[in-house]
Design a protein around this ligand. Structure first.
Ligand SMILES: *Cc1c(COP(=O)(O)O)cnc(C)c1O
Length: 384
């Protein structure tokens, strides 16, 4: 027994999770209308799910773009977007001090399909700009900038880059660390904006997701690619992302405040050699931060006046943050970068991207008061 003419009501304030892979049509005429885009209905679970739409609209609105897509991880958002626009013999320029898997994607995967990816190190702004001018050529199809970078929070003069780009070069900005609350890349000419929504957007450390936003035309091209490659989010994940995003401004405002206090405390401590936080005048890109960022976020990286072993003792002595890699969740997280995320690299490779033995990344959660966090740091620094 089937009832092909389903009717139901819903005045639920919260949108349902559409746990479906399948859609049905009233009649053949409706199928034709759907093909002709006269009506918008679901066709098949790899192309559409209503659970995605509310999130995609929200991301587009936050990024001030026409449209957005969600993905099952930040990396899948990046991979799908890059592969949509790159072809054999194309060149890609990217910030060399970047999320490690973006580097791996460029160095190990894109190179296999005949795409040349050139890293430009951004720690030294002058050198970055010189390198950019030297390497920007006819075959560069895409420029990929992580802003701010992880873990040093390095910045790039995006508007300066944009000015030099031909119309056929796309500018992609991964602004996971700043979120739309602290940076609006569209104001400086970004064509596509990417977020690892796993971090602040979802905000609770319980899902992986990614987003890309851009003009309707660019997003449509990526959507066509996603329809084929199948990098789609399950509806439950979309629900959690949607829920998490409702508190994004609240959480970021809190982290901006706590981040600054923590950075100032660390900078004043004599066991701390260098703090990487863009609000501090001592950050190498503080001037760029004034131009681009409205605030500075919840990741504070710092180097201790200590070697590798003492730094390990310090992170082991901390009581509040969990040791692990992720940020933008309720719990604070700590990692000694050389021993966690960058463990597989050779010392030379680490040196090349500025990962020293005593570099620590503290990502602030929302569960603890800043006074408690500082007290905890104080007792751990005291053992050095
Ligand atoms: C975490 C991260 C990614 C990758 O996102 P996943 O959701 O882990 O796949 C990409 N870019 C930046 C800046 C990140 O921090």
């Amino acid at each position: 027994m089937t009832n092909k003419k389903k009717t139901y009501y819903s005045n639920s304030l919260i949108s349902p999770i559409y746990q479906t892979a399948t859609y049905y049509f009233q009649d053949t005429a409706q199928i034709i209308k759907q093909h002709e885009q006269e009506i918008k209905l679901g066709r098949y679970g790899r192309y559409d799910n209503p659970s995605w739409l509310e999130v995609e609209e929200k991301v587009a609105a936050l990024d001030k773009m026409e449209n957005a897509l969600i993905f099952p991880s930040g990396m899948s958002a990046i991979t799908t977007s890059l592969l949509t626009f790159l072809k054999q013999d194309d060149k890609l320029l990217y910030t060399g001090q970047t999320y490690r898997n973006i580097r791996k994607l460029c160095m190990d995967i894109l190179s296999k399909i005949g795409i040349t990816a050139v890293p430009l190190y951004q720690s030294d702004t002058k050198q970055f700009e010189d390198q950019f001018k030297a390497r920007y050529s006819e075959d560069v199809r895409l420029v990929f900038i992580e802003m701010p970078s992880n873990p040093h929070l390095y910045l790039v003069d995006i508007a300066m880059i944009k000015e030099q780009l031909r119309d056929d070069t796309l500018l992609i900005v991964d602004s996971t660390l700043s979120t739309p609350i602290n940076l609006q890349p569209i104001d400086f000419g970004a064509d596509l904006i990417i977020h690892s929504a796993t971090k602040y957007m979802a905000g609770h450390g319980d899902i992986l997701a990614g987003t890309v936003s851009g003009s309707a035309d660019l997003i449509e091209q990526i959507r066509n690619y996603r329809n084929v490659t199948g990098a789609i989010v399950d509806p439950n994940t979309a629900f959690f992302l949607n829920r998490g995003m409702k508190t994004l401004p609240l959480r970021m405002n809190h982290l901006n405040e706590v981040g600054l206090k923590l950075a100032r405390y660390l900078e004043a401590h004599d066991k701390v050699r260098q703090v990487y936080y863009t609000a501090l005048p001592s950050h190498p890109h503080h001037a760029l931060a004034k131009k681009y960022l409205t605030d500075h976020g919840g990741v504070v990286s710092f180097e201790l006046e200590a070697g590798e072993k003492e730094t390990t003792q310090f992170v082991d002595a901390l009581q509040i943050p969990f040791m692990g890699t992720n940020f933008g969740l309720a719990d604070s997280m700590i990692e000694q970068c050389a021993i966690f995320t960058y463990y597989q690299l050779t010392p030379q490779e680490r040196a090349e991207i500025g990962i020293t033995d005593s570099l620590v990344r503290y990502s602030i959660g929302y569960e603890d008061d800043v006074e408690d966090i500082i007290q905890d740091l104080e007792q751990a620094l005291a053992i050095l």
